[in-house]
Ligand binder design. Structure first.
Ligand SMILES: *Cc1c(COP(=O)(O)O)cnc(C)c1O
Length: 396
């Protein structure tokens, strides 16, 4: 018999979510998550993936993964510290360190998992973390897990950060202070002000932690936001994911050798969760080889992003303050934004609406994620759909 208490909890809360329009019906993609996708047997131009460089379906990565399956099988067999560390994992970590310009790197099973691992391995209840108000959910959870005091600062507001860093240092209450920020913020596509953050941190001996999940493969000619600003020597933790631009799955920290040694000794997901599969590791190694040796896909991504942005702007849409290929199209009111996205869907364009509480009230937007794999024709079709729906809804 299932628990009555559990049933009551689930049913009443699910009903509430549905009443408030917060229950997400999940669409199933039939086949690959490429520049076009099939859902409910219909084809769409896909502007909702994080597959920035199109690597999720790249032939070279597929071959690397299949070859790894032939040699190593499908599983790693154990956690990294028992005997799950295959030579593939070591090669992956060498590539990551080279990619990020650091002494060393450690790979995890996901970006989410990496934030669970790395923050709490270094910070504890005698410490304080200054965290950008728009940081990713996994950063927030990772901070909570550490039991450190968490003080959010207003998004990218360096005056607020400076003031809070001074208060934390002057209080004399904390052993360590850390500043944590996303490198690229995924809702607006804006870039963290890392030079100011480094300056503030250096004044007070503060640890710096940058999660560049949306920057790696994208900013800094593909090498990420830290490289974009030339700050490889100044940022202590460079976090990334292998699941967005890299196209596979996994996460990592790149940094100094002693930091990586500590994380290998102390971070719990490394010690207690099985290593990523051989196919995933091999495909990620291949992706990093491609990015280290050529900026071709990165250039294509930015070309497509700029083309879509210019087109939307020319039609008269507000595309916000993005500094990256992430292209929000700000519609405003929540219901109208959701209706806009639904009408694009009818026109064969899959771009999700993002509304309050994920973004502030009245700033609902349809978020477009152009990739290197989109063709001009796909982007032109997208712009035609935007124009049609915009006119029909009286927004243009
Ligand atoms: C997507 C994202 C993650 C999670 O990465 P996964 O590899 O998908 O678990 C972590 N941090 C940030 C900033 C992200 O955008």
């Amino acid at each position: 018999m299932t628990s009555k208490t559990l049933n009551q909890f689930l049913n009443s809360n699910l009903q509430q979510l549905k009443q408030n329009g917060l229950y997400n019906e999940i669409d199933t993609v039939q086949g690959a998550n490429g520049p076009t996708i099939h859902i409910h047997d219909k084809e769409f131009i896909n502007l909702s993936s994080n597959n920035y460089l199109g690597l999720a379906t790249d032939e070279r990565l597929k071959i690397a993964a299949m070859e790894a399956v032939e040699v190593y099988g499908v599983g790693s067999g154990a956690v990294r510290t028992i005997n799950g560390t295959l030579d593939l994992h070591e090669k992956l970590e060498e590539n990551l360190a080279q990619f990020k310009g650091t002494e060393a790197a450690i790979a995890y099973q996901s970006g989410f998992n990496c934030n669970m691992a790395a923050i709490s391995a270094v910070m504890d209840d005698q410490d304080i973390i200054l965290s950008d108000a728009l940081n990713h959910a996994s950063i927030i959870d990772g901070c909570r897990l550490s039991k450190a005091t968490i003080i959010p600062f207003a998004h990218s507001d360096m005056d607020d950060l400076r003031k809070k860093a001074k208060e934390a240092a002057d209080s004399g209450k904390y052993k360590k202070i850390m500043i944590i920020t996303d490198g690229v913020f995924s809702m607006d596509g804006d870039i963290a002000k890392l030079p100011d953050i480094v300056e503030i941190a250096e004044e007070r001996n503060i640890i710096t932690y940058v999660d560049d999940a949306h920057g790696s493969g994208v900013t800094g000619n593909g090498f990420g936001t830290v490289k974009h600003f030339g700050l490889q020597e100044s940022i202590d933790f460079q976090i990334g994911t292998l699941s967005k631009a890299i196209g596979v799955v996994g996460g990592y920290v790149a940094g100094k050798k002693n930091l990586i040694n500590w994380l290998k000794a102390r971070s719990r997901p490394f010690l207690f969760s099985t290593a990523v599969s051989p196919a995933d590791a091999a495909a990620s190694i291949k992706a990093l080889d491609l990015l280290i040796n050529s900026t071709e896909l990165n250039k294509k991504l930015w070309g497509n992003g700029n083309y879509l942005k210019q087109g939307l702007r020319k039609l008269g849409f507000d595309i916000g303050k993005s500094e990256t290929p992430i292209t929000p199209c700000i519609i405003g009111e929540e219901k109208i934004t959701q209706e806009f996205s639904r009408r694009l869907y009818d026109e064969g364009v899959y771009a999700k609406s993002i509304v309050f509480p994920t973004v502030p009230k009245g700033t609902g937007r349809v978020r477009n994620m152009p990739t290197a794999a989109h063709t001009k024709e796909m982007l032109d079709k997208t712009l035609s759909a935007y124009e049609k729906v915009g006119k029909e809804m009286g927004l243009l």
